[in-house]
Structure formats: structure tokens, C-alpha cells
Design a protein around this ligand. Structure first.
Ligand code: UGA
Length: 462
């Protein structure tokens, strides 16, 4: 099928590459001409494992352009995957969506086109986009053809975006039009049936069967996206809140999380305690959900609480260092991991940035390291560039304490005993409960966690 994707961020580019890999004929449209040139040269401007490999495999089916007329020529499906950053009032900034919808209306070029909202947009945006497209479509002299607007929310995670797209738990399609549903079912058929040959670098999970299609109306699809992200965010905040109590009663939160998550009804995923969530989605989407509810004079206390708990987790890191070192002024703190989670270089709402800024405010010196995000720090946070260290060992050497903020696998394998001997005081705060407590103690460290680390945990390994 002929597909056009507007916006080449994480979601747009991953969706485009996967659809092209599945055999669709995809045109990616981005108004950023420099980005288009990079993509045309086969390079991916973001760090996402295997995306460049998949793009190379799909190269024959994918094109990049900044020209709407070229992008929309003959397109049966047009995805809108533009950025929707947060405004100060918590609602997403819809200016790019508005611009995209207007241009799409001007350039629609098929008997019947399905325009799909893939960006996470406030509930009701499907109707709004429909109206915007219709306005510009009707202003066109001699415009013919029909269109339908659909919502097809995205559930991919950065760092595993390709696997999440090719092997999803479900596909959600909201469209108030039978023909539109047929088009999208046809588009996703290879994924729904899992009938494609899996790329060797992202193999199909063992035992994977057909993927459920949830077909519904626009508003329900839009709300599913927010409900899913809010639930994941609050699951993490929930275990972090329990962690605070675990600390008081002398329980080990890692074991509590495991013992709780093994209940099938709860499940172990997104129950990892620690510094909490960051990234471009959970913060933005929970705040948009609360703001949307507010338009209806509805409070969402559970979601507000999840946000508060998450903010507190970041503060606890610095409070714990203060309690341990007493004075932070003039101390050196090594920070391992800057991206908001491993396997990405994304710094949006990264807990590390907030922790670093508070440490600097309190007079501490920082030494920073990340395996992939440092170039991005240089570009997006130039103030922090002088503190970047080429190697993790350099960020640790001479420090009064080290904080593991992002659990990159390479940090787990560092020669910790050797590193301990290079520190002024060998204190490690494991913000993700990722390091082995006993091993770190044996390596000579005083081992701290965000909360809920039973004093006896070292004697009673899980
Ligand atoms: C999230 C959702 O997981 C995706 O399903 C969704 O499509 C995406 O947002 C989106 O709306 O675009 P993402 O933000 O890429 O994906 O990353 P996650 O893997 O969900 O991690 C979010 C944050 O939660 C990270 O900072 C991670 O460190 C933290 N986290 C995750 C925990 O603290 N504990 C956990 O148990 C899991």
C-alpha cells in the first residue's frame, strides 16, 4: 500500500521503516530539510537499536521528502507523527499537528485516504484534525475524493522501538468509518497475522501468536493511549511509594517487588523501583490527562499522586547524598548514565539532568558519563559539556560518591573493586537497584539505594 508519514521522530521513523520493511511503499515527510538529507543518505539521526539496519533492508520501499505534494501523491494512508511537546499548562502544543493537518488537506491525492493520528494528542483531537483537513480540502479548487480520520496510538518504547512495532501486544484503531477500518486492517495484516519473515537482528519472540486488533471509535482509541501510559507510570510510582515504607519497616523493596509482581494479576513489568520515570511520554501524558479531566471539572487524584511520587524520587537521591556526606559543597559526585533510560540517547525529562542541576546548585562538583548520550548533551545541554568524562572510570575517580542513574548494561560489568580504590570515599548510590549489593560491598563500597534496602539484604540474597 502507498503510505505517507508526516514527521520523522522516534514514532514516525520507526513506523515508516517497519511498514516499508513489511512491503508497503512509504514516503516520509519532514519539514526539516537537513534531517531529510541525513535520512536520504541512509543515516538515522536518533539512537535507536537496529533502526539503521532495518532502514537498510527496507531502503527500496522508502523515500524521504519535504514536499507535501510529493509525499501525498496517491497515498492511501497518511500518518501524522509530529512532535507534540508540553505547554506550561500541561497540555500538548498542537501547532505542528495543526500545520500538518492543514497541509494534508491541501494535498490529499487519492479517491479515499485514511489520515491517522499517531502522535499522542489530547482526546478529541481526531475530530479537530478532521475539521482542519476538511477546511483546507474544501478551499481547494476542484478537490475530489474522500478521507477519514483515525486514531492509531503508538505503544513503542524507545530502545526497543522496532520489536514493539513488529511484535506488539495489540493494535488499536479508532475510526468512525467502516472503509477506514478496512484500509488500516489491510495495512497491518502482516503484523496482525505475524505472517512476515522476521529480521534476523530483531527475532520474533518465541511462542508469539496473532496480534489482537482493538477496533473502536476515535475517543476510545485516544483514551486507551493515555490510560496505558498513565497506568504504567503509576505502577512505577506505586512500587516507589511502597519502597519508602519498606525502608521504614526494614524490608527489601527489590524482593517485595518480585514477590508482588509474581502474582499474574499484577505482573513483574514496570514494577522496578528506583529513581522513577523520565522520558518524553509519561510526564507529558499524565499531565495532559489531568489537564483534559480539568476541562470537565474532573479531578484525577491517583494520576496526580503518581506524578508527585515520581518527583519525590529524584529529590531523595540528593537528600540521601546530603545525609551521607553532610556537606555537598566542594564534594565531587560522579554520575553514571544521563539518558532517561538505557539504550537511548534521549535526554527529555531525564532524571539525571534534574539531579545534576540540584547538585550543582548545592555547590557540588559533578563528573558525568553516558555510553551514548554525551554527544547529545554537548548539543542540547552545552552548560554540562565541561563535566563530561570520556570513560566511566574517569567519572568515578576521585569522587566522594557515585550515583548510578541509568542502568546501562556496561556499568554493571565495570571493574568495581578497582574503581573503589580510585575514589575519595567509595560510596555508591544505586538509583536503579541494578548492581549486586553483596558484590559491591565485597568490592569495598558503601552501597546505598533510593529507598527500602533492608540492612540484612546482603545476608539474605533473593
Ligand atoms: C513509554 C511506554 O512504555 C510506551 O508504551 C509508549 O509508547 C511510550 O512511552 C510513548 O508514549 O511514546 P518510553 O518512555 O520510551 O515508553 O520508555 P519506558 O520503557 O516506558 O520507560 C519510561 C521510564 O520509566 C524510564 O525512565 C524508565 O527508567 C522508567 N521505568 C520503567 C522505571 O523506573 N521502572 C520500571 O519498572 C520501568
Amino acid at each position: 500500500m502507498k503510505v505517507c508519514i508526516v514527521g520523522t521522530g522516534y514514532v514516525g521513523l520507526t513506523t515508516a521503516t517497519c511498514l516499508a520493511f513489511l512491503g508497503h511503499e512509504v514516503t516520509c515527510l519532514d519539514i526539516d530539510e537537513a534531517k531529510v538529507a541525513t535520512l536520504q543518505a541512509g543515516r538515522v539521526p536518533i539512537f535507536e537499536p537496529f533502526l539503521e539496519d532495518l532502514l537498510a533492508e527496507a531502503a527500496g520501499n522508502i523515500r524521504f521528502t519535504s514536499d507535501y505534494a510529493e509525499g501525498l501523491a496517491g497515498a492511501e494512508v497518511v500518518f501524522i507523527a509530529v512532535a507534540t511537546p508540553s505547554l506550561p499548562d500541561g497540555m500538548p502544543d498542537l501547532r505542528y499537528l495543526r500545520a500538518a493537518a492543514g497541509s494534508i488537506g491541501t494535498h490529499l491525492d487519492n479517491d479515499f485516504t485514511v489520515v491517522v493520528n499517531k502522535s499522542t494528542v489530547p482526546i478529541g483531537s481526531g475530530n479537530w484534525v478532521d475539521a482542519l483537513i476538511r477546511d483546507s480540502f474544501e478551499q481547494r479548487a476542484g478537490a475530489t475524493g474522500e478521507f477519514a480520520v483515525a486514531s492509531n496510538p503508538e505503544f513503542l518504547r524507545e530502545g526497543s522501538a522496532i520489536a514493539d512495532t513488529l511484535y506488539p501486544d495489540r493494535v488499536v484503531v479508532g475510526v468512525d468509518n467502516r472503509r477506514g477500518l478496512d484500509v488500516l486492517s489491510r495495512l497491518y495484516r502482516p503484523i496482525l497475522d505475524q505472517s512476515f519473515v522476521a529480521p534476523h537482528f530483531v527475532p520474533r519472540p518465541a511462542g508469539m501468536g496473532a496480534v489482537p486488533l482493538v477496533s473502536t471509535d476515535l475517543a476510545s482509541a485516544e483514551l486507551i493511549k493515555y490510560a496505558a501510559n498513565a497506568f504504567l507510570a503509576l505502577k512505577i510510582s506505586f512500587i516507589n511509594e511502597i519502597g519508602q515504607l519498606a525502608e521504614k519497616v526494614g524490608a527489601d523493596i527489590k524482593t517485595v517487588a518480585r514477590g508482588t509482581g509474581l502474582d499474574d494479576r499484577i505482573g513483574p513489568r514496570f514494577l522496578q523501583p528506583g529513581i522513577g520515570w523520565g522520558g518524553s511520554c509519561f510526564g507529558k501524558d499524565t499531565s495532559a490527562l489531568v489537564a483534559t479531566a480539568g476541562e470537565y471539572r474532573l479531578d484525577m487524584p491517583i494520576i496526580r499522586a503518581a506524578r508527585d511520587v515520581n518527583r519525590r524520587q529524584r529529590e531523595i537521591v540528593v537528600d540521601r547524598l546530603l545525609a551521607e556526606l553532610r556537606i555537598l559543597k566542594g564534594r565531587t559526585i560522579g554520575i553514571l548514565g544521563l539518558a532517561f533510560k538505557p539504550h537511548t540517547d534521549d535526554l527529555r525529562d531525564a532524571p539525571a539532568l534534574e539531579i545534576i542541576s540540584r547538585l550543582i546548585d548545592l555547590g557540588a562538583r559533578v563528573k558525568l558519563h553516558d555510553p551514548v548520550a554525551m554527544d547529545r548533551v554537548r548539543r542540547e545541554q552545552p552548560d554540562l559539556a565541561p563535566y563530561l568524562c570520556d570513560a566511566a572510570a574517569d567519572a568515578v575517580a576521585g569522587a566522594d560518591a557515585v550515583v548510578l542513574v541509568t542502568e546501562w548494561p556496561q556499568y554493571l560489568e565495570l571493574p568495581w573493586a578497582k574503581l573503589a580504590s580510585t575514589m575519595r570515599t567509595p560510596i555508591i548510590l544505586d538509583g536503579r537497584y541494578a548492581l549486586d549489593h553483596q558484590r559491591m560491598v565485597a568490592a569495598g563500597f558503601r552501597y546505598l539505594a533510593v529507598a527500602g534496602l533492608a540492612p540484612a539484604a546482603a545476608d539474605h540474597p533473593a
